[in-house]
Write a protein that binds this ligand. Sequence first.
Ligand code: HAM
Length: 434
Amino acid sequence: MGKELLSTQPYKGTRDFYPEDMDLRNWFFGVIKDTLRKFNYREYDGPMLESYEMYAAKSGEEIVNEQTYHFTDNGGRTLAVRPEMTPTVARMVAAKLGSLNMPLRWFSIPNLYRYEKPQRGRLREHWQVNVDMFGSDSVETDLELLIVASSLLKAFGADSSMYQIKINNRRFYNDLFEQVMGFDKEQSRKVSKAIDKKAKMPQEDFNEYLKDLGLNDEQVVKLNSFFEMPLAEMTALCPESQGAQELNKLFDLIDAAGMSDICEFDFGIIRGFDYYTGTVFEVYDTDINNNRAMFGGGRYDNLINLFVDKANVSGIGFGFGDVTLENFLVSHNLVPELNYGMPRVLVTRFPEIPYGEYLKLAEELRANNISVSVYTDDKKLAKQMKYAADEKYDFAIILGEDELKNNTVVLKDLSKGENIPVSRQDLVAKILEK
Ligand code: HAM
């Protein structure tokens, strides 16, 4: 029996990024960074491993108990591979609270790990753009995050028919549960978990779920009516609620910002993390084949308090994943032909010419922002040319004895198949003119 070979497949739910996949990822990140810089957000980064208790404290049951990869290190510490970035950024802000000038606008693009059932739009490793603002609790700040989210999609060429921002407010729905539905804290928590799962189950199952939580028929009907009710009517049910006032103000601002067509109140937006306290939102692709949220975020008032007592610094932000972004861009035909950013040239070689001549030529071209490789093997010219064409070089250069003598080269334009004799002096200009 032959020896058993190892699998070439990456771990389930993770991806290998071959060079063409990296081209796409680098394009994603480039567009995102350029856009965020226009809004004055500064990039930060943190470690991949954090103490497990940081997530156990505030992230929420599902993510901590079911989705976090964790282990004990040789020193007996329980660590987690980061499933999200928000606790890390809160820790970093808390550590330097005294010296940071508020409000802060920060972003990062970490890779995150979650033990999920891999499916369209959800993997076990993804890259997540995190955009957060700290130290301002105005509703105008909430609006800024919505504008930034929308601008990121527009920077990829999306128009407003392609996505929808769905908004709710945690203070509001907690007040509504307490004051209008008569729930206690525990019942409110359980009902909000049920609503979070509502989209994934038929209406009858949702009703049964609510009854199992102790709601009577009348309460089930009333709760269901909230999903149809316009915002003004709903906030009028508990007008004193801070959350209701924040929602009304936010929608006035959305109107003033000309974003009413892409933003809507949605009572179904609950958000799984325990740390959110105010505005919560998710962005959805209008293509129903991509039914997973592309962005998720919200305001969190108490996260920094995990690290600094009575810090009183509010944060608001969102995460935006690369997997859902790719599905979005592909289904709306928004991925352009990606080019290398500079012309690519292969310098072919003949064994009788000193190799140093080729190296010298390559350096001359690189000094002029041209991407150059010299063919390193001793193969027939036809083979070298075939390699250049297969690898989609823009040009191949032939430098034989005659050319060396006359201080020229033959420049082959591989897209046209033309051979052009060019003096060494004109070579750079000829390549760059393409
Ligand atoms: P989240 O809703 O868990 O929020 O994730 C935000 C986005 O990350 C999702 O809408 C989705 O695009 C992407 N994402 C999440 N999990 C996966 C996965 N398993 N596979 C592929 N993509 C995924 C958070 O993580 C919050 N910490 C975001 C935040 C930042 N809130 C405030 N600041």
